[in-house]
Design a protein around this ligand. Structure first.
Ligand code: PEP
Length: 256
């Protein structure tokens, strides 16, 4: 059975005092429960503090929001996988739709990041998602196929169980309009079918596929009850500790 993974993507939010108070509250809310995997992806500037505050806790793990695929070099403003590992980061979000749309990241560049993350023993969370225009033009599945195929290109089968996919329809991100559980399940099943085609059913069965896009305490449980929805990648609703904790509690309920 796949363990649900609930991740907070803080994007470009929070400074030290805010992160400290968030983590103090979250740690109290969660205790040492580990039946759901919980991940915090703060901005780079807060990784050292969060790493220190999370410490050896098995209950909360650390993720980064991005990385550069090169090991080192003249890439002003960028961060490497090794630098993230140095701060005890375990996961890295790659190919978020904001990176693709605002910073022009191509499918191929995202694929390089996935490979580089695995090489450094970081688990990539590969984000895929279609725009509203794609969906209205019935291109949503072909867009996801293209992003997945390029994102997983050259990834050895042994790394597939350590790869997470996040299905994040662009039209649902930050809009308050989540995909319905049925729409999300349909796409998650499709994603698993694509991974089966690229690898095999046994590998595809081990990949966790998160849903992201306006997840909140009120809709989280029903979304995560769907058989192919293995957790959530949460933006806005992860900025407040109690709201994020309520989503984690929903993931626990959804396990049945
Ligand atoms: C995201 O950007 O990854 C996201 C899912 O944002 P929100 O939850 O705010 O829609």
């Amino acid at each position: 059975m796949r363990k649900k993974l609930v991740a907070a993507n803080w994007k470009m939010h929070k400074i030290t005092a805010e992160a400290r108070s968030f983590l103090e509250t979250l740690k109290l809310e969660l205790g040492e429960e580990t039946d759901v995997e919980v991940l915090l992806a703060p901005p780079f500037t807060l990784l050292p503090l969060c790493s220190q505050m999370v410490g050896e806790s098995a209950a909360i793990k650390l993720g980064a929001q991005n990385m550069h695929p090169a090991k080192a070099g003249a890439f002003t403003g960028e961060i490497s996988a090794q630098m993230l590992r140095d701060l005890f980061v375990r996961y890295v979000i790659v190919g978020h739709s904001e990176r693709r749309a605002i910073f022009g990241e191509s499918d191929q560049f995202v694929g390089e990041k996935v490979r580089a993350a695995h090489e450094a023993s970081l688990r990539p969370i590969l984000c895929v998602g279609e725009t509203l225009a794609h969906r209205e033009g019935s291109q949503h599945e072909s867009v996801i196929d293209r992003q997945l195929t390029a994102g997983l290109e050259g990834v050895d089968a042994k790394h597939i169980p350590d790869t997470v996919v996040a299905y994040e329809p662009v039209w649902a991100i930050g809009t308050g309009h989540n995909a319905t559980p049925a729409q999300a399940q349909e796409m998650h099943a499709h994603i698993r079918a694509v991974i089966t085609r690229l690898y095999d059913a046994a590998h595809a069965d081990r990949v966790r596929i998160q849903y992201g896009g306006s997840v909140k305490p009120e809709n989280a449980e029903e979304l995560m009850r769907q058989p192919d929805i293995d957790g959530a990648l949460v933006g806005g609703a992860s900025l407040e500790a109690r709201s994020f904790a309520a989503i984690i509690a929903a993931a626990r309920e959804a396990r049945g």
